[in-house]
Design a protein around this ligand. Structure first.
Ligand code: CA
Length: 372
């Protein structure tokens, strides 16, 4: 089955109420979706993390010409051809996010060609259900500081696991926010925090000690990903599990990250780190270090579906991860690109799609409606 075209589609959603984390506010959601067409009429869909127009430009100008005319089933060779073409100036960032979107679309094609869901191709064990955790309690956003109101809303929606933003206010203010959210949610649910690289090591440690009584699930991206000394200082000083990895790329980047031992939970993103297979290679390496992988998920229905399939095939060498495995991040700010793009139902209880490929039907009218 030959690839006849690789078509990146940029989709954009303008937000009435910007929402944010420690680094910036989003007033627009944009994503680059990847459509790959073949000479047998099978079409695959993928998605790239990061700046949509930059991903589109890179795919159109650099990667698509390498792929057209090649056998869509040669996933490894195609990945290596793309990586090798950009290695000289790439290796991290947009060069890899663009490859990731293409790679996911090739899995969709492989599954459709075989008449099997991607999780079967991966040798995964699809659980009865997968828990979605609510990524919420942003700075600004629709709830704009009404932490108790947002907590009540999410609990009523059935969520039992949550993540909130920290690292964007003075430490004492973030400590008060965490205590308010924990108090509003109650003691029986999981609550994680995500600093999005917003603290210094000293601040992260002060914050972590101050909220030590809040029984946090994990503490995500406490410090800058370039500063692995800071990561290891924070991890050594605190009891809460440290998570990170969404800002790292490929097996080579994660090799160096893991060698320094900065996290308790690894969070590669399949739409960023190189794709589904690359995430499994990274998760295998993490497993050999005794570190469980809980992939980062941020994007449209394509990203969530890829995350669900991937979740079934992660190594569970760490016993506790057999309990942790079925959790997929679900961003709670308005996300039409996710909620309208396909028939995939996103919520506190989800099922891994069982149709061929990624197992979702893409509604092209949504892409048309959300063009830039
Ligand atoms: Ca994060």
């Amino acid at each position: 089955m030959k690839i006849t075209a690789v078509v990146p589609h940029v989709v954009v959603q303008r937000l009435d109420q910007p929402f944010g984390m420690s680094q910036w506010l989003w007033d627009v959601r944009a994503s680059c979706l990847v459509e790959i067409l073949t000479d047998e009429g099978v079409i695959g869909w993928g998605e790239c993390f990061g700046p949509a127009e930059a991903n589109r430009a890179l795919i159109e100008s650099v990667y698509a010409p390498l792929l057209v005319g090649r056998d869509a089933g040669e996933q490894v060779a195609l990945w290596e051809a793309m990586y090798n073409r950009s290695r000289e100036w790439g290796r991290k960032g947009i060069s890899i996010t663009a490859i990731s979107g293409v790679e996911i679309a090739l899995w969709d094609i492989a599954g459709k060609a075989a008449g099997l869901p991607v999780h079967r191709l991966l040798g995964g064990s699809a659980p009865e259900s997968v828990s979605g955790y609510a990524s919420a309690f942003y700075y600004a956003g629709p709830w704009d500081g009404d932490l108790e109101g947002e907590a009540a809303h999410l609990l009523a929606a059935g969520y039992t696991a949550f993540k909130m933003k920290v690292g964007g206010r003075p430490v004492d203010e973030d400590v008060r926010r965490v205590r308010r959210v924990r108090s509003a949610l109650g003691a029986d649910v999981r609550l994680a925090v995500d600093a999005n690289r917003g603290f210094t090591a000293a601040e992260a440690i002060r914050f972590g000690r101050a909220v030590a009584g809040e029984d946090l699930w994990f503490f995500e991206e406490p410090v800058l990903p370039e500063d692995l000394d800071a990561y290891t200082q924070v991890r050594a000083a605190l009891d809460v599990p440290i998570a990170g990895g969404e800002s790292e790329f490929t097996r080579w980047g994660f090799r160096d990250f893991l060698a320094r031992g900065p996290v308790d939970i690894l969070q590669p993103d399949a739409t960023a780190c190189g794709g589904i297979r690359e995430t499994l290679l990274i998760a295998g390496m993490a497993s050999a270090h005794g570190i469980p992988t809980m992939p980062h998920v941020w994007g449209s229905a394509i990203t969530v579906a890829a995350g669900l399939h991937l979740m079934t095939a992660l190594p569970t060498a760490v016993p506790s991860m057999a309990r942790e495995r079925p959790h997929v991040e679900l961003d709670q700010a308005p996300n039409l690109i996710r909620d309208e793009l396909s028939d995939l139902a996103c919520g506190p209880v989800m099922t891994v799609p069982d149709g061929p490929g990624l197992g979702i039907e893409i509604d092209r009218s949504v892409i048309e409606r959300h063009r830039p």
